[in-house]
Write a new protein. Structure first.
Length: 256
């Protein structure tokens, strides 16, 4: 779900910690900053290397806690966490240095691991990762998130969600979906697990090219003539639109 936000004048803030410390084979810095966000505002994040965890609190602000890691102090200085903060949108971008060459005969590396704490009603708008897992807990304003190489875990969230990964699985625990909400889970090479509360009304559709399909709601699985399988049906009287799709992986819809 790509959410449009109102235009706002934003300020660009480059965050840098006071100093670095040696951590194992590399060096680390910690970024810890907070930014005000209006009720119903949105948060966006882009990162290439590193896991991301997003949780909620009852404050109208976003806390950005980031652990920067690199193979040398020079790379660590070049690795930047940049935030554009407006009254109704906070966007976090990660600028990476060149990874060519080596540092003292060791492979050059750089990554940033994020823990974001956002208002419960915030919308996660365009959370895009390349190499990293994503965990989201408690967000009620909707989620639009994807990773290339990594898993996605979503729990205790509400509102529409669009979740995708190329090489990885998705696990979503859903206990609230409105009549007009949409929930889309998609993977190329990975398993999809949806845990759906028995109180939720939804119209389900699931498709896999190479993988088994199961559900706890008694919906019949149809085998393709040559390849693939799918099922579709309604639970709880129907309502929200729920779609699951994978190429190489199984799909399991659980009742809880």
């Amino acid at each position: 779900m790509r959410m449009k936000t109102k235009c706002a004048v934003v300020t660009s803030v480059v965050l840098a910690a006071a100093g670095w410390v040696v951590a194992g084979a590399g060096y680390e810095e910690i970024v810890d900053q907070s930014f005000a966000l209006a009720t119903g505002g949105s948060v966006a994040l882009e990162n290439v290397n590193g896991d991301v965890s997003i949780e909620v609190w009852e404050r109208d602000e976003v806390r950005v806690y980031a652990v920067k890691s690199a193979s040398s102090p020079e790379l660590l200085d070049e690795l930047q966490v940049k935030v554009d903060a407006g009254s109704d949108r906070v966007r976090i971008d990660t600028d990476y240095p060149s990874m060519r060459g080596s540092d003292h005969e060791h492979r050059r590396f750089a990554k940033v691991e994020y823990t974001l704490t956002v208002p419960r009603t915030a919308t996660l708008d365009e959370v895009d990762l390349v190499n990293g897992n994503l965990t989201v807990v408690g967000v009620e304003g909707g989620i639009d998130a994807a990773t290339v190489n990594g898993n996605i875990m979503v729990r205790d969230c509400a509102g529409s969600a669009d979740l995708g990964t190329v090489n990885g699985g998705i696990e979503a625990h859903v206990d609230r979906l409105g009549f007009g909400d949409k929930l889309d889970l998609e993977s190329v090479n990975g398993r999809l697990d949806l845990y759906l509360a028995s109180s939720v009304g939804a119209d389900l559709r699931a498709d896999s090219v190479n993988g088994g399909l199961k559900n706890d709601f008694g919906i019949s699985v149809r085998k393709g003539k040559y390849v693939g399988s799918d099922f579709q049906g309604s639970v709880g009287g129907g309502g929200a639109k729920v779609a699951l799709e994978t190429v190489n992986g199984s799909i399991n819809v659980h009742s809880w």
